[in-house]
Design a protein around this ligand. Structure first.
Ligand code: GYE
Length: 329
């Protein structure tokens, strides 16, 4: 009996191995139909770009978790351009992938391509960032609550300046114009900070979520404003770019100008542990395993939850020093 079972399961393993071989050959050679008789799932993923440490960790998480889940991944990087993402999604529709997932660079302008995917009966999963399209056009949306992240930073500012008698001059470096995390983090932060009339946002400009832009924009803001007390950057990378601008202007980041950010990627956590940043609200990029689970649920006929919110925390300087050795990204 036992021997028979072993033989049976060995045959099953062999059959699976053969069929996934077939799938690998098919996906390598042609762009016509996916599957080709195999049941390996094909996922087409359109990434925003490679603008930040967060994005790098997010890409790594997706690229590693697909093969681990036995999913065939087609990946493309849109270089922060919506037209590239739309072209990538259209190409996945043509290739008849099983599921399409993407992290939308901006909130608006997705209706047409999402309707094309729906007409082709290809389910779409949003990761990380939201769209303003009708929710019936996608199956599920996994990612953070960006308003909450902005509020967490805003609350730190409220708490740390509650006794301020003189005006506190705040600079805000916003993310990519029209992107969900830029809109929501600004709302969460500004609405809280406005409740204390001593806290003044004297400049608020986009640094496109990159280090280079963060530095360039901060240089100009520093020239125009002799007194800046605090910088809120919508991500660590812009905070690090701005930190360099502050140092080059002869000021001490973390002391002369306090810096609060969002993400908690390695370089941001290092700056926080070093006393150059003052507070970070975490935004986890490790969405890969969850995305693969959802793809499998969809393919097995289950209905995944419509909105899955990532769990995250916040870090002070001391907490960053403690957490740094065990961080994965
Ligand atoms: O915070 C930033 C990245 O959409 C949550 O995009 C993501 C943001 C992240 O460029 O670093």
């Amino acid at each position: 009996m036992l021997r028979k079972l072993v033989a049976l399961s060995a045959a099953a393993v062999l059959a699976t191995a053969l069929s996934s071989c077939g799938a690998a050959n098919n996906s390598g050679g042609s762009t016509s139909a996916s599957g080709g008789g195999s049941d390996k799932i094909t996922l087409g993923f359109s990434q925003v770009g490679s603008e930040s440490g967060w994005r790098e960790a997010n890409t790594k998480s997706i690229k590693e978790s697909a093969p681990a889940a036995g999913i065939d991944l087609k990946f493309s990087d849109a270089q922060q351009k919506q037209e590239n993402q739309i072209a990538a999604i259209r190409s996945y529709i043509q290739q008849k992938v099983d599921v399409i997932a993407f992290s939308p660079v901006v909130v608006t302008g997705w209706d047409a391509v999402l309707k094309e995917a729906q007409a082709a009966k290809i389910p779409v999963v949003l990761t990380d960032r939201a769209v303003d399209s009708d929710p019936s056009l996608y199956v599920s949306f996994i990612g953070s609550d960006f308003v909450k992240e902005g509020q967490e930073v805003g609350q730190w500012v409220l708490d740390n300046y509650k006794d301020a008698s003189a005006p506190v001059n705040i600079v805000e470096l916003e993310g990519t114009v029209g992107a969900a995390p830029a809109i929501d983090r600004k709302k969460g932060f500004d609405d809280l900070v406005k409740t204390n009339p001593n806290l003044k946002i004297i400049a608020s400009q986009s640094g496109d979520f990159t280090r280079a832009k963060g530095k360039e924009v901060m240089q100009a803001i520093l020239k125009a404003n002799p007194k800046i007390d605090l910088l809120f950057a919508h991500n660590d990378d812009m905070g690090i770019g701005a930190m360099q601008a502050i140092e080059e202007a002869g000021k001490k980041p973390g002391t002369d100008i306090k810096i609060v950010t969002i993400d908690a990627v390695h370089d941001g956590m290092q700056a926080l542990a070093d006393g150059k940043f003052n507070f970070i609200a975490e935004c986890s990029p490790l969405l890969g395993p969850q995305l693969m689970d959802i793809v499998k649920q969809i393919k097995s006929g289950q209905t995944p939850e419509k909105r899955i919110i990532t769990k995250e925390t916040t870090f002070t300087q001391q907490q960053a020093a403690e957490a740094l050795p065990n961080r994965k990204y």
